[in-house]
Write a protein that binds this ligand. Sequence first.
Ligand SMILES: *[C@@H]1O[C@H](CO)[C@@H](O)[C@H](O)[C@H]1NC(C)=O
Ligand SMILES: *[C@@H]1O[C@H](CO)[C@@H](O)[C@H](O)[C@H]1NC(C)=O
Length: 365
Amino acid sequence: MLKDTNDSSSSYNRMISYSNIFHVWKCLWIPLIIFFFSKAFCNSNAQSILLPHQDRSFLRSAGVSSCPMPDPSLYFRPVVGILTHPGDGASGRLNNATNASYIAASYVKFVESAGARVIPLIYNEPKEILAEKLNLVNGVLFTGGWAKTGLYYETVQELFKRALEKNDAGYHFPVLAICLGFELLNMIVSKDKNILETFNALDQASTLQFMGSTNIEGTVFQRFSPDLLKKLTTECLVMQNHHYGISPKRFLETPALSSFFKILTTSKDENDKVYVSTVQAQNYPITGFQWHPEKNAFEWGLSMIPHSEDAVQVTQHVANYFISEARKSMNRPSARKVLDNLIYNYSPTYCGKAGKGYDEVYIFA
Ligand SMILES: *[C@@H]1O[C@H](CO)[C@@H](O)[C@H](O)[C@H]1NC(C)=O
Ligand SMILES: *[C@@H]1O[C@H](CO)[C@@H](O)[C@H](O)[C@H]1NC(C)=O
């Protein structure tokens, strides 16, 4: 009996406790389910859209120590010297001073777009100042224009000579010569001021035809995709604006030129006359363009400048090529001296409203 009673009371007790648990569960299951669901929701949410500052594993992996060191053989603060050209770049609309010179802002933007800064090399400055500025830069750009005589010619000749000397001494020092700059290098290298021929290629977009034997490895064209290279040969993606040039025939018959440069491309003028349009020095980081890589992205005053996405990519590839060469320069100038001479000490002037010529120019007078 006692046992029964005990049994029955214990089973009664168990019934009470079961019913209690059941009761408790009845009251708890909803909040519990909400709790687990919200927990699960938060977690899946967290995994899919955790912000970098909330994700601790990201924080650990992004620690400074795990960022690979940049290549110590390259210089990531390159500065390019751009030589000014006589005049105001706007046919006297902006400045008539006889000692005025200018840089079209498109050349500056071109250099800046690839991760470098610019120091203007003012062509009529005292020679000692120009020489000092040359020691602040990691490469030089010779622009388009018309001046082929006098002090301007002599300054290009002097800067080119010094660029060769730097390279000969083992200091990588690239030169990019565009349009007039390219024409002047032909005159200087051939030591013949009458080497140029006349062509009819003012305000003309053209194709580039690669020389059959040309290996583009190590040249400006290496970074172009096969697709874009093909388009260069069939679509008019480069801008010509010149009255002078040199035919492949005369170029190849002039040993001084053909031993110094190799022809990468040729193009045709309005009369189908063929001229040399891109060259690369055989033994120097020097590239010459009869065409204007900087215009596609940054000039609007000539009607034929191509502005398609492909054309703008051409500008970007050439700029990236030039500055990748400038990063190989070992020159590490004083930061203070660089800041004092940067083109940021000057302001460009808008002159594109005339509907012709350059859009913006920096004037030095
Ligand atoms: C420069 O000279 C030309 C011709 O005399 C004149 O039309 C022009 O206004 C001058 N430019 C400036 C900025 O004074
Ligand atoms: C140009 O000449 C003016 C006045 O003669 C002078 O003040 C200025 O420094 C010169 N500019 C350059 C770049 O030579």
